[in-house]
Design a protein around this ligand. Structure first.
Ligand SMILES: Nc1ncnc2c1ncn2[C@@H]1O[C@H](COP(=O)(O)OP(=O)(O)OP(=O)(O)O)[C@@H](O)[C@H]1O
Length: 762
């Protein structure tokens, strides 16, 4: 394979740039026209009003479609076209971020979407297997200007000796890898490598695990796979949506620009702490507490905690009804509880059965008393009378209060908060935990931690939601809309009181204003229609996604896996991670162990073997730590050298803060462009972070440090998945000592740099 490069300082191909510029400018003109047209249609759709319900819903989908188009066409402004394939049959195909067709010439493709099957040779063709490609050209552009060209002629006869035959578009790839980092991840659509392409374009169904060492492009691949799947399987995935789970909010901000740049808006990005609608888990807790909550034994603990709320008193309960005292004896309660349990329904949904049993028993008592025949004959009350007694008893506040004590309707939040707050409840629910482990669960209310979220989800399953009530609510809204359309509302106008159907199923009772304010209802419905799939999915705990992608998946606890599997009943998943980097104590050191309960052996493994981030000099140092973690693991091969061997500095403990500030100041000054990351033991973040900020005010530190700052101070957990041009690892032994998974943490810390690494050893 021979290469021409148009990099700075190298002989350019000036006569080639002119024609390319012309073509690229033509593409931008088309893009402008497409965007204008979409904007005009959007304005039109927004302006038109009235019509039937069908017209309105048609209009709403037009609004959504044109708004999407405007957004997509704007998103691809940078790097619209980045490649060209010249094939053996003398044809040329331009490759870019979206497809553009010649509407005046039989829809001839002017620009091919990178995800189209015909674009694939751009990523896969090699001199040994050219796939009909004669030449692959990378176009470098800045804004709308073509600034350079890299050519590869796929011809074994002219292959450069010593060239990396396995790399696609080597010059462009190395330019991308050596560029300064900005604090936001960029897409890699121009230089996807063959092993990555295979993962990105893997089939949709089934569970695909992508194992790869640091910097092998797992995150990049996960994001591009999401974009590829939405393009290729749009019909299946547009309605169900794609969920992408990343480890924390800082990481999600780091990757947030990639999908929009690939013109995709249909992916819901979430941390595991955000997967229970209505809860945003930001409270901190110890790694050990999180580890206990992550264990699968918590399913038993929660089930026991629910059973514990189904109370049988030791003494009879006295209930006063109309100045008479009825006694509810423990045995009756026990029988009612057992029957309700035997129904197999979730706790809240079994409550009506429990009520029935108790009210029957109470009514029998009352009937016995008031219907007793003074002459000693049979009870004088008819069945209808007893039914009336039951109805009345059911409405008695004292009876209701007793039922609420015996079998309270619970929300997941209530169940968990009550459990954590009470050591007796914990002891009753979790006899299989040690006293220390139980102590870790005990805490007062005040926000949720990420490890609580899978437990809330589990509790929601055990408690059950009254779906009949929700369905009735939706149905009523629908009926109201129809009635509105038929003008029935006019009859209701004014202050007439309205008979509202009495619901005894716990459903929402509509108020007068709900009925007469149909305009507002319609607005609400229209809003619902306009919501994107991703937004609707985010608000619905029971949403079943069409595909779920998990990044840094090695960090998920068994309880978190349970939650995710509920969100993906089709088991169409891409699981991306590195078991050598597992830091969470409840995280997984083995994909087989994590997946076994859900798919047994039915998952496929792909491995990524080349590190694009970490230069060879730094990888050699990290490899020593990896050998300590597990001698059977081998580090990924680095694609390049940086020319900067890692620097180890030793300082005395009392000089650490001063030396750190001095080293960081020098490293920051050495940065050309790009970013410096300082990674330190979590226990020293506050103290050393303050010392750094005092001398280096540009340094960002905190719960969610701003990654676009030139200097960012982080713990290993925060640095997971991120990268910086230059990295300073502070007190590596301290990092190792902080956790049973300390070696993996150090491995993560050492592999964050794209250029330079310094360690400060105490
Ligand atoms: N084909 C490619 N072309 C250009 N850059 C690439 C390519 N593959 C990966 N990179 C770059 O390499 C760096 C590392 O990629 P990424 O963060 O996806 O790796 P990772 O495997 O998720 O790493 P970690 O295990 O540390 O989280 C990123 O800057 C990414 O843009």
């Amino acid at each position: 394979m021979s290469r021409h490069s148009g990099g700075p300082g190298e002989p350019q191909l000036p006569d080639e740039i002119g024609p390319e510029q012309e073509y690229v400018s033509m593409l931008y003109d088309r893009l402008d026209r497409m965007r204008e047209q979409a904007a005009e249609r959007l304005t039109e759709a927004l302006r038109s009003t009235g019509g039937t319900q069908q017209d309105r819903s048609q209009r709403d989908s037009s609004v959504r479609m044109y708004a999407d188009q405007v957004e997509r066409f704007s998103a691809v402004e940078n790097g619209l076209a980045f490649g060209r394939l010249d094939t053996d049959d003398a044809a040329r195909h331009y490759i870019g971020r979206i497809g553009i067709f010649d509407t005046s010439d039989d829809y001839d493709p002017l620009l091919m979407d990178w995800r189209a099957p015909a674009a694939r040779p751009f990523y896969l063709a090699t001199a040994a297997n050219p796939q009909g490609v004669r030449r692959r050209r990378h176009l470098r552009t800045r804004q709308r200007k073509v600034t350079g060209i890299d050519d590869e002629v796929l011809d074994l006869a002219t292959a450069t000796p010593g060239g990396h035959e396995e790399l696609t578009g080597e010059a462009s790839l190395l330019a991308a890898l050596n560029a300064g980092r900005t604090g936001r991840m960029r897409d890699i659509v121009e230089t996807i490598q063959a092993e990555q392409d295979r993962v990105i374009r893997a089939d949709l169904p089934g569970v695909l695990v992508v194992q790869g060492g640091p910097g092998t492009g797992k995150t990049a691949v996960a994001l591009h796979r999401a974009a590829y799947l939405l393009y290729t399987h749009r019909r299946e995935l547009a309605t169900r949506g794609v969920l992408l789970v990343g480890p924390n909010a800082t990481f999600l901000r780091y990757i947030s620009q990639v999908l929009p740049a690939l013109a995709e808006t249909g992916v819901l990005l979430r941390t595991p702490g955000d997967l229970f609608p209505g809860v945003s888990a930001r409270r901190a807790e110890s790694a050990r507490a999180a580890a206990v909550k992550g264990r699968s034994v918590m399913t038993e603990v929660l089930a026991a905690a629910v059973r514990d709320r189904q109370w049988v008193p030791d003494e009879p309960l006295e209930i006063e009804v109309e100045r008479e005292v009825i006694r509810l004896d423990p045995e009756t309660c026990r029988q009612a509880r057992d029957r309700a349990r035997r129904s197999g329904r979730p706790h809240n949904l079994a409550r009506p059965l429990f009520d029935l049993e108790i009210v029957h028993a109470l009514a029998a008592q009352v009937a016995e008393r008031i219907g007793a025949d003074p002459l000693g004959g049979e009870n004088l009350l008819a069945e209808a009378d007893v039914a009336e007694i039951r109805r009345e008893l059911r409405e008695e506040p004292e009876v209701q209060a007793a039922l609420d004590r015996l079998w309270p309707v619970l929300t997941p939040q209530r169940l968990l908060a009550d459990l954590y707050a009470d050591t007796d409840r914990i002891a009753a629910a979790a006899p299989q935990l040690t006293a220390d482990e139980r102590a870790l669960l005990h805490r007062q209310p005040g926000g949720w931690t990420p490890a609580d979220v899978p437990l809330l989800d589990e509790a929601a399953e055990l408690l059950g939601e009254d779906e009949r009530a929700a369905a009735a609510r939706v149905e009523r809204l629908r009926v109201l809309q129809r009635e509105y359309a038929e003008g029935v509302l006019e009859i209701w106008q004014g202050s007439r009181s309205i008979d509202v159907e009495d619901e005894d199923d716990g459903g929402e009772i509509l108020g007068v204003t709900d009925l007469i304010d149909a305009d507002r209802l319609l607005d609400r419905q229209a809003e619902e229609d306009r919501l994107t799939t991703a937004q609707r999915a985010a608000a619905d705990r029971k949403w079943a996604f069409g595909h779920v992608i998990v990044d840094e998946a090695q960090e998920l606890s068994p309880m978190a896996w349970r939650l995710l599997m509920r969100r993906c009943p089709s088991r169409s998943m891409t699981i991306v991670g590195d078991v050598a980097q597992t830091g969470a104590l409840a995280g997984t050191p083995s994909w087989g162990d994590a997946l076994e309960p859900y798919v047994a052996q039915r998952w496929r493994l792909e491995e990524l073997t080349v590190s694009y981030r970490t230069p060879a000099e730094i990888m050699a140092k990290a490899a020593e730590v990896l050998a300590d973690i597990d001698p059977d693991l081998s580090p990924p091969r680095s694609v390049r050298q940086s020319g900067h061997p890692p620097v180890d500095r030793r300082v005395s403990a009392d000089r650490l803060a001063a030396e750190l500030v001095a080293t960081a100041t020098r490293a920051a000054a050495d940065l050309d462009e790009g970013r410096l990351g300082i990674i330190l033991p979590a226990g020293r973040l506050t103290e050393l972070g303050a010392a750094l900020v005092a001398e280096l005010p540009e340094a960002a530190v905190g719960d969610r440090p701003e990654l676009e700052s030139r200097v960012v101070v982080l713990t290993v957990a925060q640095a997971k998945g991120l990268e910086f041009d230059s990295v300073l690892v502070v007190d590596p032994d301290g990092i190792v000592a902080e956790s049973p998974r300390g070696r993996s943490d150090l491995y993560v810390a050492l592999t964050r740099a794209t250029q330079r690494l310094t360690t400060l050893q105490v």
